[in-house]
Design a protein around this ligand. Structure first.
Ligand code: ATP
Length: 220
């Protein structure tokens, strides 16, 4: 795997962001700071492989992200998954990113739950050839892994200096525990409750303007 002394390190944070909230944004920044990333790309998925379809459409989810991170120098929205047909597999996104960032260190962020299910992801072993994996570790969420994944994790655990590699290691990064979920926000909106301080005001304004997540909508 390539040594990359000079190229800036890039983080990749995929999700449905339906809507984006402070749980996403604060933990993204925690990782930027912990690993000294030059930029973090938030990538809204078109069709998530592991879950039901989002409520808000892709263009609106992208717009909510753009409003949420406006003027932050290190956060940006990357809409490459929205241009692709079919399910948004991480490995395909990484293959696409590698065309743009040939030997930059790439870091894919995921929660402990996502990491625990890694072996069910499409071409999961290829993911670590293309990028590092960052497991965002919330204080009250211990890693609970299958024997197979635990062994694989031990083999790939990062050590000091590995951040110069372009890919290949698993990093466990402590992040702020913020118990907010998009599901909770959609439910609150559908019950016409106040969602301030759970997500950026600009995103709330857009939700109101467009009438997203209306009271009579079916929560899935
Ligand atoms: P939903 O409630 O609709 O499932 P969500 O809030 O979990 O949505 P997603 O867009 O599915 O948001 O999440 C994208 C990524 O963000 C996932 O890896 C998830 O683990 C992570 N994430 C979601 N909420 C938080 C939070 N409060 N703190 C840290 N990470 C979070």
């Amino acid at each position: 795997m390539a040594k990359s002394e000079t190229k800036p390190a890039i983080g990749i944070f995929g999700g449905t962001f339906d809507p984006v909230h402070f749980g996403h944004l604060r933990t993204a920044l925690d990782v930027v700071e912990a690993l000294g990333l030059a930029q973090l790309r938030l990538i809204p998925c078109a069709i998530p492989p592991h879950r039901v379809e989002p409520v808000a459409n892709a263009a609106v989810r992208r717009l909510m992200l753009e409003l949420a991170i406006k003027n932050h120098p290190k956060l940006m929205v990357d809409d490459r998954e929205l241009a692709r047909e079919g399910p948004s597999y991480t490995v395909d996104t990484l293959l696409s990113l590698r065309e743009d960032f040939v030997d930059n260190p790439l870091f894919v962020l995921m929660g402990t739950d996502a990491f625990a299910s890694l072996t069910s992801w499409s071409r999961w072993q290829q993911i670590i050839e293309l990028a590092h994996i960052v497991v965002m570790q919330r204080a009250e969420e211990p890693l609970s892994l299958s024997a197979e994944l635990d062994e694989w994790y031990q083999q790939h655990q990062a050590k000091a200096g590995d951040e110069k590699l372009s890919a290949g290691k698993v990093w466990s990064v402590p992040v702020t525990q913020i118990g907010i979920s998009a599901t909770q926000i959609r439910e609150a909106l559908q019950q016409q409750r106040d969602v301030r301080y759970l997500l950026p005001d600009a995103v709330i304004r857009l939700i109101e303007q467009l009438g997203l997540y209306p009271p009579q909508a079916d929560e899935r």
